[in-house]
Design a binder for this molecule. Structure first.
Ligand code: NAI
Length: 257
């Protein structure tokens, strides 16, 4: 089996991805700040919100990793600072740091969101964030410089992630080892985080999105897409964003075209 590292594996999409990958014969290494209820493979407690936290995780990871699934994320409810740290800077640093422990031909999957598609209208800001190396020393001034309103941390973190997915797929660090970098973008998924989205965006907004596609997704609607992108069957897919939103983007776009 392949050795697959999965962040955010204690809950929701990450937990289901860990379960499915194990069922398919992978050795999974689960990372989360919280302890999972059900254990699949090995569990490493770790915090992705700081450079020190990421370094500690990387130290404890074995060599010979085939794939990294960056699933951990926060909703934005706690403000843009922590949201950018977990959803973008920590994820990016983990990915860059893990390359030395990965097999060539490996795969990195970033779980973004339909909420990140705003980069298409503000590519300049997303690009500036995506090009930032490490964690910004002063997050408050970084947010000011890049026009990041505190309540927009979530969509902006996901915009930057989608832009960085494409950049990374073409970056020598990954490309020289033939490591593919792709994204998976869900619409609303029934996991604990959705209650926080309801608190931040309001029930009406979340329900409207769900109604457009008939139901919320379950983690089982998303995990297979992540596992597919880990697999050799996805060997010719690179720098791609795979929407797993039940058609939500198409529903929204049909009124625009
Ligand atoms: P969840 O809340 O069930 O799982 C997120 C996991 O990330 C939790 O286990 C949490 O402990 C972990 N985590 C949070 N901060 C961390 C940190 N500092 N270090 C390590 N782990 C940390 O939510 P869900 O739905 O499974 O979310 C997974 C991903 O899917 C997230 O990136 C989220 O933004 C994305 N997503 C979710 C959608 C939804 O409606 N549920 C929609 C679109 C994207």
């Amino acid at each position: 089996g392949k050795n697959i590292v999965i962040t955010g594996a204690a809950s929701g999409i990450g937990a289901r991805t860990a379960e499915l990958a194990s069922q398919m014969g992978a050795n999974v290494i689960c990372i989360d700040i919280n302890t999972p209820k059900h254990h699949y493979g090995t569990f490493l407690a770790g915090d992705l919100s700081s450079a020190e936290g990421v370094a500690k995780i990387v130290d404890r990871l074995p060599k010979e990793i085939h794939a990294l699934c960056n699933v951990a994320g926060v909703s934005g409810e706690a403000g843009a600072d922590i949201t950018l740290r977990v959803n973008f800077f920590g994820l990016k640093m983990l990915s860059e740091s893990i390359v030395g422990k990965m097999f060539s031909g490996g795969s990195i999957i970033n779980v973004a969101s339909i909420a990140g598609y705003g980069w298409r209208t503000n590519a300049k800001r997303a690009s500036a964030i995506a090009h930032t190396s490490g964690f910004p020393e002063n997050m408050a001034s970084f947010m000011e410089q890049n026009d990041i309103a505190n309540e927009l941390g979530y969509p902006i973190s996901k915009e930057a992630l989608l832009v960085w997915t494409q950049l990374a797929s073409q970056q020598a660090l990954f490309k020289d080892k033939s490591i593919r970098v792709n994204a998976v973008s869900p619409g609303p998924v029934e996991t604990p985080i959705i209650n926080e989205f309801r608190a931040v965006l309001g029930d009406d907004r979340v329900n409207a999105d769900i109604n457009k596609v008939g139901r919320p997704a379950t983690p089982s609607d998303i995990a297979p897409a992540i596992c597919f992108l880990c697999s050799d069957g996805a060997r010719w897919i690179n720098g791609h964003n795979l929407a797993t939103d039940g058609g939500l983007e198409a529903v929204v776009n049909k009124d625009t075209f």
